[in-house]
Design a protein around this ligand. Structure first.
Ligand code: ADP
Ligand code: MG
Length: 225
């Protein structure tokens, strides 16, 4: 089977005034569909940059990135937007939920872009909240919920458009280790259900969950396991 994700010599250079910041310095990465990968590295090593490129929120400065055998560098804006809408779901450290709407509404938002009917949006949002163990928090506002619960809402939202790939950038960064482990267990469960899951983190306990561990340091990666 060919790879879902294949990167060859991917570099990312940010221009900051006169200075060039080499965030990725030639990343080779291959990941098959259905895998659960944890990418670990210290702050500033290039984790978020790599995630943004994987999820087509940003493009490499050079190198090649194939997603489902298609070269991302040759895609137009519409194709990139479709990938962000349909193929990937994002989870971030800061949750990024609307504070004063019910949990189900936050989960339902991405479905608007896929023209799902309002009734179906709510039904599916409620199902997804059940899947992340929040069946009894459907009408809570996010500012009435704990950090771990907010992150579970964010995971449910990331699943709204049935993405093939779930990308999580420091998803446990704002949580204590017990809540963090609960979040990692949800990713584990989603992986067992067939999703491709990629988590980046600087926290070592996160690595215990991935099938594949990838270390990133100074914009370069090395694999183990
Ligand atoms: N938009 C940007 N402009 C300039 N430099 C950036 C930008 N984003 C990230 N960087 C730099 O690129 C490097 C990698 O950053 P990042 O990918 O955010 O690392 P991590 O997520 O591992 O902390 C860091 O040195 C950071 O300062
Ligand atoms: Mg980061």
């Amino acid at each position: 089977m060919s790879s879902l994700i294949q990167m060859i010599g991917v570099k990312k250079v940010y221009q900051l005034g006169e200075t060039e910041v080499h965030a990725l310095r030639g990343v080779d990465l291959e990941l098959k569909k259905g895998k659960f990968a944890c990418i670990l590295g210290p702050s500033g090593s290039g984790k978020s940059t790599l995630m943004h490129i994987i999820g087509c929120l940003d493009v490499p400065s050079s190198g090649t990135y194939y997603l489902e055998d298609k070269s991302v560098g040759e895609m137009n804006d519409d194709e990139l937007a479709d990938i962000r809408k349909d193929l990937v779901g994002f989870v971030f450290q800061d949750f990024y939920l609307l504070p004063d709407v019910p949990a189900w509404y936050n989960v339902s938002l991405p479905m608007i872009y896929n023209r799902v009917s309002p009734k179906e949006r709510k039904k599916r949002a409620i199902e997804l909240l059940g899947r992340v163990g929040l069946g009894d928090r459907i009408y809570h506002y996010s500012n009435q919920l704990s950090g771990g619960e907010r992150q579970r809402i964010a995971i449910a939202r990331a699943l709204a458009n049935k993405p093939e790939i779930l990308l999580a950038d420091e998803p446990t960064g704002n949580l204590d280790s017990k809540r963090g482990e609960e979040i990692m267990e949800i990713f584990q469960q989603l992986h067992e259900e067939g999703k491709t899951v990629i988590v980046v983190s600087h926290e070592h306990y996160v690595a215990e969950y991935g099938e594949i561990r990838i270390h990133i340091e100074d914009g370069l990666i090395g694999c183990e396991g």
